[in-house]
Design a protein around this ligand. Structure first.
Ligand SMILES: C[S@@+](CC[C@H](N)C(=O)[O-])C[C@H]1O[C@@H](n2cnc3c(N)ncnc32)[C@H](O)[C@@H]1O
Length: 225
């Protein structure tokens, strides 16, 4: 993708409406291999992930941005992690367990709904591929703003990017997978917001070796003046 092609492509993107993420989206039968967002289905899929999150990051206060119906929040809550969530879909709260429902705030990933440095771990899993590039940029900025230390992201990346700015879609898996970025491009967005890569923690979180994980750590950046 050339820069002019990238420019045209990002201006042509349309954000997905929150209405799309209804109970059919989360609990319907449309996903491959019986995957859905029921707690017990997620418990099986997540396996040791919640424990790993707790052991690797040792969070005092965590945020799950784009939390959906809060299954990961619930599993972290069971492990004693103080976790909050943000999602723009009203159905997220409706489908969440009573234990975490009131910890979910309805809003956009890029809205300033929480104070700066309010969490020492900001998680965002399988969300960025649902956003436009403009939304990803603002969301990255917001994640870094809200964390005092770690950002842990999983997303789908472009499988064969030819340049840093190449991005693609993945409508066969989910019609809302509108932005699969080059992994280096997403990493670069975090770096220029003031984060450094943590390949050691990334390797621990990406135990399945799927290459979908980014772990970044916020560092104080001097702007001079
Ligand atoms: C595939 S689900 C992932 C849910 C959860 N993070 C997980 O891994 O199970 C994508 C989630 O992103 C949320 N989402 C998409 N765009 C959003 C936006 N602009 N602001 C807030 N949430 C958004 C959707 O409502 C949905 O819950």
């Amino acid at each position: 993708m050339t820069l002019p092609e990238f420019e045209s492509a990002i201006f042509a993107q349309t954000p997905t409406s929150s209405d799309h993420y209804d109970s059919e989206y989360f609990t319907g039968e449309w996903r491959a291999e019986g995957n859905n967002y029921n707690l017990e289905t997620r418990r099986a899929i997540e396996a040791s992930n919640p424990q790993l999150i707790r052991d690797v990051f040792r969070p005092t206060k965590a945020l799950d941005l784009g939390c959906g119906p809060g299954a990961l929040m619930h599993l972290l809550w069971e492990l004693g992690v103080d976790v909050e969530g943000i999602d723009f879909a009203e159905s997220s709260r409706q489908l969440a367990t009573p234990e975490v429902r009131d910890r979910i705030l309805i809003g956009n990933t890029y809205e300033h709904l929480k104070p700066a440095n309010a969490f020492d771990l900001v998680i965002s899993r399988e969300v960025l591929e649902h956003l436009t590039v403009f939304q990803v940029k603002k969301t990255v900025e917001n994640m870094v703003r809200m964390t005092s230390r770690f950002v842990y992201c999983t997303t789908r990346f472009h499988p064969e990017p030819h340049s840093l700015i190449d991005f693609t879609t993945q409508f066969d898996v989910d019609p809302t997978h509108i932005t699969l970025l080059n992994k280096d491009f997403l990493r670069l967005m975090f770096v220029i917001e003031g984060c450094r890569s943590r390949p050691d923690l990334e390797a621990r979180m990406d135990w399945g070796n799927k290459g979908r994980v980014l772990v970044m750590e916020k560092v104080p950046v001097s702007l001079g003046g």
